[in-house]
Ligand binder design. Structure first.
Ligand SMILES: C[S@@+](CC[C@H](N)C(=O)[O-])C[C@H]1O[C@@H](n2cnc3c(N)ncnc32)[C@H](O)[C@@H]1O
Length: 195
């Protein structure tokens, strides 16, 4: 099952946002909500064989991680507003280092990037980056883990963590800089076509 890890450098961590403003005041939560849509939404179906981690690093309580498991997801709809409500519920939970279930298929924990990666031991990391090697030159595996930035790129420290992983490939989807959700769509489409 492919996994995605998306880093939201400035996305707020308190869930006290208005569903009428999902852009500016949330540190661009909208970008991550679109990643949820791209990871799971098919026309009239949900991808059950995908999972997604969102890492939120904005104020006031970073880091917080959300885990979406396609296998167990319920109540997910294509619109950003209803996904924002699910995320808001999760961010309001009292949490510690271990995952706490919020709604079916969505869990939340106080984990940073190292904490997420610790759960993915033994799997290959594909670091998506404009200046990586071409995706045409690599065979993607069903259980690869794809790591990418949200609105902003990964920090040098996050890059170093990924590069220190036992098996990491830095892969480009092309020379143009794409939106994070579009990267997810492109990768899943490629996996769809190779199986
Ligand atoms: C919106 S981009 C981040 C900002 C962007 N690098 C810029 O300079 O405007 C979000 C993330 O998507 C991934 N990404 C965007 N375009 C890509 C491409 N052509 N190939 C691989 N990954 C890409 C990278 O991980 C990037 O950090």
């Amino acid at each position: 099952m492919p996994s995605f890890v998306v880093v939201g450098q400035k996305v707020g961590t308190d869930g006290k946002y208005s569903l009428n403003d999902l852009t500016g005041s949330t540190g661009r939560l909208d970008v991550l909500l679109r990643c949820v849509n791209s990871a799971f939404m098919l026309s009239n179906d949900i991808r059950r064989n995908v999972d997604l981690y969102l890492l939120l690093l904005g104020e006031p309580d970073p880091p917080k991680s959300l885990h979406f498991s396609g296998m167990d997801l319920k109540y997910l709809n294509p619109d950003e507003r209803s996904t924002a409500a699910l995320v808001k519920n999760a961010l309001m939970k009292k949490i510690g280092a271990e995952w706490v279930k919020s709604t079916p298929g969505i869990s939340v924990a106080k984990k940073d990037l190292a904490g997420i990666l610790a759960e993915l031991e033994g799997r290959r990391l594909i670091y998506l980056k404009e200046e990586g090697a071409s995706i045409s030159d690599i065979y993607l595996k069903e259980n690869d883990v794809f790591v990418l930035g949200g609105k902003e790129d990964l920090s040098p420290e996050e890059e170093a963590l990924i590069q220190a992983w036992p098996e990491t490939k830095k892969i480009s989807l092309g020379p143009r800089s794409l939106h994070a959700d579009h990267c997810i769509t492109a990768v899943l489409n490629r996996l769809d076509c190779s199986t």
